[in-house]
Design a protein around this ligand. Structure first.
Ligand SMILES: [Zn+2]
Length: 567
């Protein structure tokens, strides 16, 4: 799909058209399916990428990637599309892509929340995630007060500064007249201001009230849901926007059902914006309660993400959130999962914050102001200076003279300006490529048939895991019994019977090459080995001589491998 340069954010219809073009151009690599519908009835689609000529998608280990569960985080969606584009386009030039398409499956859900993204892209609305009003009573009720609206008709909801020398809590930054800083008790002389979202004051019937007294009552958005608090891991009803109960929303159910129905998934990335950080589990389980082995793997895999993006890995334990998808993937399924927060405006402008991006939220006012000045300077010099709208006078129908301006958050803070989109996507698909290559990969090294006399044969198979990760993926997966042991299945012709061994033999899990030969088996996996031999004795009746015997190795997360021999 060489004609789309990833220089803008696609609406739902544009995205669907783009996807179906990619599918039409790559019928053996790409399949699009509808996995469910959104609250407003849009199809939520999953894209399955693998070379079907080298095996069906379920027969290979898989990486799961989704994006845009939060409405405004449209870079996440575009990065998913970029990954699809890369996997279909770069096969001839990037050997990693060739290997991945042949031996792995990549499942991509590029727009997990299409309603929210559509509202964000096509209206001035800023919303967190779903368009379903929440709490429930907000479906039919808006309290009186200031509602965010685009009142000057420029297609954006910016900031309105309203002068109030008595009670205003903001003043103009003397160092950069465009910025506003908090008023201190020893700031005795105005002008002082209130900062509000651009909007008008309405009563509960939605009618504009005649006059308004400062300070204003501000009406919170009716789009109060946060879909990434609605997953059934550490779910807390008191978390902001968590929804009435876990998986109450179709958008979260779609993802959990999809992952559950694809037991070959061994790794997961849920793309979000913003912050330049790779979040990892768990919000409510301490690191000490992870197995040592899983913690080491989180460090190693996360380290590859950092190497590719410069984004540090941060655990969200004890922070304000819970009920997030990556926690569920790891806790319930034992899948290593991360939440990359794409686009790092703050980290670019102030590299010293990269080490601990979370510190920014806890900064005292003077430090925060200094940081904002820095960001504005960076924006002026390196981002084309289009993300900050200079204050301009506006005659407000209720408040009289006000000024409208400030940060244009959508394509500056929350998402890169379009000129920077393609580079951001490119940087962030390196992590899933590496992650996919690390998945386990079962292989039959040898299959022999030895005649023992008396019409008996010894069928012997040697299997190994040629992948980096173990076939169970994690100790957590074992603990949760989330993954079935690998299985060797003997396929015999008519006229044979098994004397010793079972037709379907569970062989434990196969260890990957990570950690070298000295690595201890992971928790309770004494039975694990890098390579295993399975044998059967089989009695042959005359007609079976010369017929085919085959062994199928089936590993839920390590793929399948089949080999045949002759009696
Ligand atoms: Zn998000």
């Amino acid at each position: 799909m060489g004609d789309f340069a990833f220089d803008r954010y696609l609406t739902y219809d544009e995205m669907m058209q783009w996807l179906s073009d990619v599918e039409a151009d790559n019928p053996h690599l790409v399949e699009i399916e509808t996995i469910g519908v959104s609250y407003e009835g849009r199809d939520v689609v999953a894209v399955t990428l693998t070379d079907r000529e080298a095996g069906g998608p379920e027969s290979k280990p898989a990486l799961y990637v989704d994006g845009n569960i939060h409405a405004g985080e449209v870079t996440a969606s575009m990065t998913c599309l970029y990954l699809i584009n890369y996997l279909t386009d770069a096969r001839g030039v990037d050997p990693r892509v060739q290997k991945i398409l042949e031996s792995r499956t990549i499942y991509i859900i590029p727009r997990a929340n299409p309603d929210g993204a559509e509202k964000y892209l096509t209206t001035p609305e800023h919303l967190r995630s779903s368009v379903r009003p929440f709490p429930e009573y907000r479906r039919n009720y808006d309290p009186p007060g200031l509602r965010a609206e685009d009142i000057d008709g420029d297609g954006r909801v910016l900031i309105m500064r309203v002068r109030d020398d008595e009670c205003g809590s903001w003043k103009i930054d003397p160092e950069d007249q465009r910025l506003m800083i908090e008023r201190r008790p020893d700031d005795l002389e105005g002008p002082f201001y209130h900062l509000y979202s651009e909007g008008v004051i309405r009563d509960e019937d939605g009618k504009m009230v005649g006059d308004a007294r400062l300070p204003l009552e501000v009406v919170e958005t009716r789009y109060g849901l946060d879909l990434n608090r609605n997953f059934p891991a550490g779910y807390r009803p008191t978390a902001d926007g968590a929804g009435p109960y876990p998986l109450s929303e179709p958008e979260t159910r779609n993802l959990v059902q999809f992952i559950s129905e694809h037991p070959n998934i061994g790794g997961a990335l849920a793309y979000h914006t913003t912050g330049g950080v790779l979040f990892r589990p768990h919000s409510t389980i301490k690191d000490e309660d992870f197995s040592d082995d899983d913690m080491r793997m989180y460090e190693t895999i996360g380290g590859w993400g950092t190497e590719a993006t410069g984004y540090p890995v941060v655990c969200c334990y004890g922070d304000i959130w819970s009920g997030v998808l990556d926690d569920w993937c790891w806790e319930h399924k034992g899948i290593f999962a991360f939440t990359p927060e794409l686009w790092d405006l703050v980290g670019r402008a102030a590299p010293e914050t990269r080490e601990d991006p979370m510190q920014v939220h806890k900064m005292p006012a003077p430090k925060r102001q200094e940081l904002e000045r820095k960001i504005l300077r960076y924006h002026d010099h390196y981002l084309g200076a289009r993300g900050f709208v200079d204050w301009r006078s506006f005659e407000h129908p209720q408040l009289g003279h006000v000024e409208i301006g400030g940060w244009d958050v959508k394509e500056c803070w929350q998402n890169p300006p379009r000129a920077f989109l393609s580079a951001e996507c490119h940087k962030n698909i390196q992590f899933p490529l590496m992650f996919a290559l690390a998945l386990p990969e079962v292989h039959i090294d040898e299959l022999t048939v030895e005649r023992l006399g008396g019409g008996e044969c010894l069928v012997s198979v040697l299997v190994s895991n040629r992948g980096y990760l173990d076939t169970c993926i994690s100790a957590q997966a074992r603990k949760q019994k989330a993954v079935r042991e690998d299985v060797a299945h003997l396929q015999l012709p008519e006229g044979t019977e098994i004397l010793t061994g079972r037709k379907t033999t569970e062989i434990g899990f196969l260890r990957g090459y990570r950690g070298g030969p000295d690595r201890q088996p992971i928790d309770s996996g004494e039975n694990d080995a890098h390579r295993k031999r399975v044998q059967w004795t089989v009695r042959l009746l005359e007609p079976a001589v010369g017929c085919e015997v085959a062994v199928l190795i089936r590993s839920e997360r390590g793929g399948t491998s089949r080999r045949a021999a002759k009696f």
